[in-house]
Design a protein around this ligand. Structure first.
Ligand code: AHZ
Length: 354
């Protein structure tokens, strides 16, 4: 079956035909509704998956837990969380928003174990929109060469000429989270909202936080003051407009640090993804913007359900943060060209919109 589809693809989906043909996707054969792997970057061991599972190291017919006191459970959670709050009250980097861009940034940045990173996510469930593809469908489309990021993570995909498809977006999101959250230099504070920024002498120096459920009830209760977290660098990856979207850049505008938040423009996959990566930058001293929040600030097009730009924008934001911290990074030479790049990118956005 896979070879039939591979030959179908090589015959039909050349680079040129992808743009010319009315058919632009993997063919579904009537006999097999789920898409068979066309080319997978993860080797599958069929014989291992067909053999009987090895028995668990305990007796499932007479299972008994070790005893515990309820107060011990409570103290384990409380002590660790409060220790984290104490540790991260003054940290290297705060990443606001744990969608595909924020997670990609945190993954890249946390490779340097000396960098301490707090991820603040207003939702109980980190991942933003990356639990699904578009319109609540499962598959996640990633345009090349961003598939190299998936290779690094070890996320399997079906490979076509110009793009790859992860069979379920949740596979990407759960994989990146499992690797990221295991790192000692990372703490995820979920169900916590960033309500404001710390700004001193025109430089962003941290975030103002509150329990997300408190943030959502400011109009139903009397004043509930927030908490704070200082950071050498803040990365804002709050996604596009919405109840909690573009929070970072909207606040920069309301306090006069930037002139406008144009709002993202209509969809154009091809110009949008390049522009998002190109425009990912330190918008004001101390604050880097990544992911779809970049489109909000610059009036760039949206790309809809293709996720490569979120990954590479997040990666670029991580290297910009490393640069800001005075650490080795992959953007130093690019950054020196920034004014010209921004101009060129803004022109290309305008041309695309015309
Ligand atoms: O809950 C938000 C989500 O998980 C979180 N967030 C937003 N404001 C916050 C705040 N405090 C804490 N004030 C906050 N958390 O930020 C996360 C944003 O994730 P996302 O998936 O919405 O954004 P992204 O930029 O990572 O990915 C965008 C994916 C899109 S949208 C799109 C289109 O509309 O065309 N196309 C793509 C690929």
């Amino acid at each position: 079956m896979a070879s039939t589809i591979t030959s179908f693809l090589s015959a039909k989906t050349t680079k040129a035909s992808l743009f010319e043909s009315s058919f632009k996707g993997t063919q579904l054969t009537p006999s097999n509704v789920s898409i068979p792997s066309v080319r997978s970057n993860a080797k599958q061991n069929l014989s291992a998956s067909m053999s009987a599972p090895s028995p668990p190291p305990y007796d499932l017919r007479n299972f008994k837990f070790d005893p515990i006191r309820e107060s011990i459970v409570s103290r384990e959670m409380t002590r660790r969380y409060m220790t984290d709050m104490n540790t991260f009250a003054d940290t290297d980097v705060v990443i606001v928003g744990a969608g595909s861009a924020g997670l990609s940034c945190a993954y890249e940045l946390s490779k340097d174990p000396s960098v301490q990173i707090a991820i603040i996510e207003q939702s109980v469930s980190p991942g933003g929109g990356a639990w699904l593809g578009g319109q609540l469908f499962s598959a996640m489309v990633v345009r090349k060469p961003a598939h190299l990021f998936l290779d690094e993570l070890g996320v399997a995909y079906d490979e076509l000429d110009n793009y790859v498809v992860v069979k379920h977006a949740a596979l990407f999101t759960s994989t990146i989270m499992s690797k990221l959250l295991a790192r000692q230099n990372v703490k995820l504070f979920n169900a916590v909202a960033v309500e404001d920024l710390i700004v001193k002498n025109g430089r962003v120096g941290g975030v103002v936080t509150n329990w997300a459920l408190v943030s959502m009830n400011h109009d139903t209760q009397s004043c509930m003051d927030p908490n704070v977290m200082e950071a050498k660098v803040v990365v804002s990856s709050c996604g596009h407009d919405g109840p909690f979207g573009a929070t970072g850049v909207k606040r920069l505008k309301s306090i006069g640090l930037i002139d406008r938040v144009s709002g993202m423009k209509a969809l154009d996959m091809n110009s949008a993804e390049d522009a998002i990566v190109r425009l990912t930058r330190e918008v004001v001293p101390g604050m880097i913007v990544t992911g779809m929040e970049v489109a909000e600030i610059d009036g760039a097009s949206r790309m809809g359900p293709t996720f490569g730009a979120m990954m590479i924008s997040g990666q670029k934001a991580a290297h910009l943060a490393l640069k800001s911290l005075g650490l080795p990074n992959a953007v130093e030479t690019v950054q020196k060209m920034q004014p010209e790049m921004i101009l060129a990118a803004a022109e290309s956005v305008e041309t695309a919109d015309a």
